[in-house]
Every structure is written in C-alpha cells, then in structure tokens.
Design a protein around this ligand. Structure first.
Ligand SMILES: [Zn+2]
Length: 59
C-alpha cells in the first residue's frame, strides 16, 4: 500500500513548489493556489457550458 507518510514534502499541483504537508490546503501549497486551480477548472467548465447554451438557446 502506498502512503503519503514516506514523503516529507508535497509538490503543489498549481505552481509546482514544494511545501510542507498541510491538510488545509492539500494538494496545494496555499489557498491561493487552490483558487487558481479551481479557476482554471471552472473556466474549462464554462467553455463547455457556453457551447451547450449556444446549442440550445432557451433564454
Ligand atoms: Zn502553489
């Protein structure tokens, strides 16, 4: 079984910076990076939704 306890440091998936394990912001080094990632994710989602709205104009 693979456990995280082997690693002392995590790498932020947003800025790729090493940071001490912190359950509050994991897997990001900070709240800011988690927002950045969420933003990127939402933007992609918005693009998809935009396409759907364009497809069925129900407004
Ligand atoms: Zn980061």
């Amino acid at each position: 079984m693979i456990t995280d306890t082997n690693k002392k440091k995590n790498r932020c998936i947003t800025c790729n910076k090493e940071f001490n394990k912190n359950d509050k912001t994991k897997p990001f080094c900070s709240k800011r990076c988690s927002y950045i990632d969420l933003n990127n994710w939402l933007e992609e989602k918005y693009l998809v939704i935009g396409d759907i709205e364009d497809y069925e104009k129900d407004n």
